[in-house]
Design a protein around this ligand. Sequence first.
Ligand code: ADP
Ligand code: MG
Length: 405
Amino acid sequence: MALRTLDSLGSLAGKRVIVRADFNVPLKEGVITDDGRIRAALPTLNHLINQGARVIACSHLGRPDGAPDAKYSLAPVAQRLSELLGTPVAFARDTVGDSARDAVAALEDGDVAVIENLRFNPGETAKDVGERRAFAEQLAALGDALVSDGFGVVHRKQASVYELAELLPSAAGFLIEKEVDVLDRLTENPERPYAVVLGGSKVSDKLGVIEHLLPRADKILVGGGMMFTFLAAQGHKVGKSLLEADQIDTVKGYISAAAEKGVELILPVDAVMASGFAADADHVVAAADALEDTPFGADGMGLDIGPETAKIFADAIRGSKTVFWNGPMGVFEMPAFAAGTKAIAQALTEVDGLSVVGGGDSAAAVRQLGFEDDRFGHISTGGGASLEFLEGKKLPGLEILGWEA
Ligand code: ADP
Ligand code: MG
């Protein structure tokens, strides 16, 4: 069955519509440092406002312990949402209490209210289905329909994501619809050649993705911290670089599986070796088979792919019709080790086809390095959710909306 989309709910004029969004934005001393997730919810919210629905937006923020915690209040989100929508947004000081009921009762057609952080209620993330259902019933009493649009949480069986969707007429919003559409194109019939670019800190985080995409991709490019486990599997010394020794055998398996299937596995030919893990560390470029032949010897740490690798990767990316990239190529947070990530991001913007960036740090990296979102085909808003989708796992928050993987 296909995902139920907004039109399946019919006219929502005058109806109370709960929108389960993902407003889990980064905050620094109460100030939102990246409002990307709020912006991602705007198409659905604007559509509902224009239809004359009475919109009740809700989300989690951070990990409060099932109780109110001022540090995780959604108040700054309601404020920012009001600025972005250009319309007043009411804010309820609780999730399903008097304040929420009053805010909903005061809504007129086309109005928007935000209720407080769902995780202030222990029922939201409870392991016990009865507790989740009890909270979902309280939420359901606030609305006539549910639009589920928090893609970042669809891999979680939580009250507002799963049980609430059982209780009210429910459908996916535009964000979830787009995420599913794009990620599905990466697993079913991608336009070829299809390149998968993987980096980030740990191989062990990405095993499922590698396994699921290996038979589907034409080229797999490996950089980031995980490259050193691949280089070690090829017999190279890697100094003090990130290495998951217990994954070397698994990685050897991937190397031979790729060869058997005719998938081109492109590994780095050079790396930036540093004297230590610091922004101002001394650093030099070394060939992949000579990573310890630098002034730092066996104490050197690889913190980025080298320039030759960046060039090879960029060429492979530009020559593809579909590209999925997850995981920074180096420690992009430090300018001295951001060049590889920047070169790969640039190449993705030049793809004549579909380019997709997935993963929380990868999305942060492209923005921090100054690339506008619209230069990519799609930047997934869900780190864990997008990876689990690409691993071929069943995601409860999508299944309850009619989706079958
Ligand atoms: P994502 O969130 O996009 O899935 P990950 O969480 O897997 O990405 O990895 C991101 C982190 O990987 C970044 O903080 C980056 O600094 C780190 N990283 C990348 N390359 C290296 C490296 N060579 N050594 C250590 N850390 C690295
Ligand atoms: Mg991450």
